[in-house]
Structures are given as structure tokens and as C-alpha cells.
Design a binder for this molecule. Sequence first.
Ligand code: SF4
Ligand code: SF4
Length: 147
Amino acid sequence: MPNDRKYTAFCGLYCKDCIPSNERLFQLLRDLEKLLIEIKFDEYAQLKALNISPYKNYPQFHEVLGEMRKLERKSLCTEGGCKEDCKIRKCVIGKKYEGCWECADHKTCPLLQYLKEIHSIEHNLAMIRKYGPEEWSAYRGKHYCWL
Ligand code: SF4
Ligand code: SF4
């Protein structure tokens, strides 16, 4: 039996699909940042910028790398990860539900609206209801609308 419950977020997302949970991505970012600092790529970029103008943006690139690293989340939704002050999590816990799939208001809930614009929330909630939170993940929808 797959251990889907562990990765099933209160809102119907599957935690392993989120970019902030992508271990490989964050390992690569850490390695890249470390290497760039080690070889002082900033000084090399200054030199290259004399002839190749995109290198003038190297400081911004480095800043973006740092911001990307801050996106990392090691805890799952049900362990308090993702958004610390998530209103959806508070609402679900307050209503003593396992997740939004148990809520009769999920179609009109304003708290889910933003997520629905990006993720397959309605589809996921229907799959969790049909197959149960332990065994639904094989039927989940596209995590990000652009993938
Ligand atoms: S913290 Fe909120 S938005 Fe994030 S996965 Fe959990 S319920 Fe969904
Ligand atoms: S009202 Fe229902 S659907 Fe909306 S966040 Fe709360 S439990 Fe989820």
C-alpha cells in the first residue's frame, strides 16, 4: 500500500510534487552557489562584463540563487511545513477534518481559490474522496498548470 497519507496536504496537494520539496534542486543550488564562491566567479563576471553585457547582471543572478535556496521546505504540510500560517490548515484542523476533501464547501471556498488557479485542486480532492488519502496519488492531476 503506498504511503500517500504522509504526503497528502490538507488542501489536496501532494507535498512531493512541490518545487520547495525538490531535494535535488536544492542540493544543486547549494553546490552551484558554493562553487561560484570558491572560484570567485563574481570577479570573473566583472571581467567578462567589459565585453559581454549580460554579465553585468551577475550580482542579480547570485541574489536570485540565494532567494531560490530560501524556498526549500523540509517539513510536510501535515507536519507544519509549507506555509507556517496557512489559513487552509487552520480551517481544516478547526473543523476536525482530515483535509478539504471532507468539506462540503470545497467548490466555493475562498481559501482554496488561489491554489485552484495554479494546481489541480478540484481533481485531487475528487480523487482523494474516491480512492482515500492512502492510495490516491497515482490519480493526481498536474501539480503546476505550466507543466
Ligand atoms: S500549508 Fe496550506 S497551502 Fe501549503 S500544502 Fe498545506 S494546506 Fe496546502
Ligand atoms: S472551508 Fe472547507 S474547503 Fe475551505 S479551507 Fe476550510 S475545510 Fe477546506
